[in-house]
Design a protein around this ligand. Structure first.
Ligand SMILES: [Zn+2]
Length: 467
């Protein structure tokens, strides 16, 4: 459990940063504060790429991959001089899955889903998403986000970054999270970073010969994508507000140099894709990868009917330098990258490539951008719904004291798609510092919840936050 090494560092230099300045003309973009070096971006990205390529199937088709790498190359050449990093190694791969998605890793590796290329109406639309992803890399947003996050050093950077990039169910499995995987909420790009990537992406597109309005139109295509959980790309790249208007306005301020007219590569790539067997979903592809190797998640067996009641004796745990908590002595500590789970035997296991627990508590910390506890809690619960599609919404919040601070509590219902059972989740939250939300989640089957509720409260009363 990575939280064992958690330290609360002094909150240093994380201020509000006005990083996009319009100066009568096109936006001027300043990379955010970053305590990592560009070389660390490269190393982190390389490790994450290895992980990604074990989990996701790459498409080995010359027409399609050369179209994507040529487009990528053209965009890389259009990166503004002052934002270039000579260490970065750009590489472009196509993932053979059907969702309309793409992601890029720190230091340069980029992955474009086959579904994205198939869904694009023009070459410029593919270039638009790639230019946006490339901008996150150039501005080093992954490690900048981690710079903010590591105040509480939850999870390894690798697990969290990969998890947040792949996202959703798959992301939490990759991040070795629990079913309430938090990587997505924790390292999803902030709205400020999204705005920067939209604007820098517009500049890069124009310099590469594409109209930035095609990026906006691809975002519309992504938004219209249906299916369970909705478009995953948008959960890691939230709309900073007026996304289309801002890109369109920026498009009027930039000059498209040497417009790309020859789009035979794009037409050929799409034609090739149509001839291939249909792409699997990311979930199916990842499950297949998981069945090939040892499970990345800790061992456990899910036998909810065999779970004994919580012991009345309690055992104390200290999680790194972050918090102390006492839990029933028959609950074991389950390692997880993004949080810690305490669960009894039989209540923890793996279903469909995900870690799941049916009884017990998860305790952890996530980043947030909200202005108050109530909003942060509502957004946190909404983020849980990413890997728990049947999760209910809180009807009310009550006050609770957690570690001597004023917190909130609520109970929500969930239909676990892993176990097919109704369960209830007691949610307890409190703010830490200015951008972190501490949470404790008590989970029990619906018909056993009243037996567990007192235990959850007792565990929460025992929490001491160390700062
Ligand atoms: Zn983005």
């Amino acid at each position: 459990m990575n939280m064992r090494t958690t330290r609360i560092a002094a909150v240093a230099g994380v201020g509000v940063l006005l990083s996009v300045v319009a100066m009568g003309g096109q936006a001027v973009i300043t990379p955010p504060d970053n305590k990592y070096t560009p070389a660390e971006d490269v190393e982190l990205g390389r490790n994450a790429a290895e992980e990604v390529e074990q989990q996701l199937p790459l498409l080995r088709d010359r027409e399609v991959t050369s179209f994507v790498s040529e487009t990528g190359r053209r965009l890389v050449d259009a990166i503004p001089e002052e934002l270039r990093h000579s260490e970065f190694r750009y590489a472009f791969q196509v993932v053979n899955v059907k969702e309309i998605n793409a992601f890029a890793l720190p230091g340069g590796p980029m992955y474009v889903n086959r579904g994205m290329i198939a869904a694009a109406k023009t070459e410029g639309e593919v270039a638009g998403v790639m230019a946006h992803e490339l901008s996150h890399v150039v501005l080093r947003h992954g490690t900048a986000q981690a710079t903010k996050a590591t105040k509480y050093e939850i999870g390894t950077l690798l697990g969290a970054v990969v998890g947040s990039i792949i996202g959703g169910n798959v992301g939490s499995a990759v991040a070795q999270g629990t079913q309430f995987g938090l990587g997505t909420a924790f390292l999803r790009f902030s709205r400020e970073f999204e705005r920067q990537a939209d604007l820098l992406g517009s500049h890069i597109m124009a310099a590469a010969g594409y109209s930035p309005t095609e990026m906006a139109s691809m975002f519309k295509t992504i938004e219209e994508q249906g299916g369970p959980g909705g478009p995953q790309w948008l959960s890691s790249h939230p709309d900073p507000g007026d996304r289309y208007e801002d890109i369109t306005r920026e498009a009027q301020l930039v000059e498209v140099r040497n417009p790309v007219r020859d789009t035979r590569g794009f037409a050929q790539a799409q034609a090739h894709l149509r001839e291939m067997a249909p792409a699997p979903t990311t979930e199916a592809a990842t499950r297949k990868a998981a069945s090939r190797g040892p499970s990345p998640v800790p061992e456990g067996r899910l036998e909810p009917d065999q779970v004994g009641p919580p012991s009345s004796a309690y055992t104390a745990y200290t999680e790194g330098g972050l918090f102390r908590v006492s839990v029933p002595s028959n609950w074991r500590e389950m390692p997880s990258n993004s949080a810690v789970v305490f669960a009894p035997d039989g209540a923890y296991g793996h279903v469909g490539g995900q870690s799941v627990f049916t009884h017990g508590m998860e305790i952890g910390v996530t980043g947030h951008e909200a202005h108050d506890l109530r909003t942060a809690t509502t957004e946190f619960i909404a983020s849980l719904a990413g890997s728990n599609p049947n999760l209910g919404r809180p009807s009310r919040y009550d006050q609770v004291t957690i570690g001597g601070r004023q917190g909130l509590q609520t109970v929500i219902s969930n239909m676990s798609d892993a176990t097919g059972r109704q369960e209830r989740i007691a949610v307890f939250t409190v703010l830490l510092g200015d951008a972190s939300l501490f949470h404790a989640l008590g989970v029990a089957p619906h018909d056993r919840f009243s037996d567990y509720e007192g235990t959850f409260r007792r565990v929460v009363r025992s929490i001491q936050i160390m700062e």
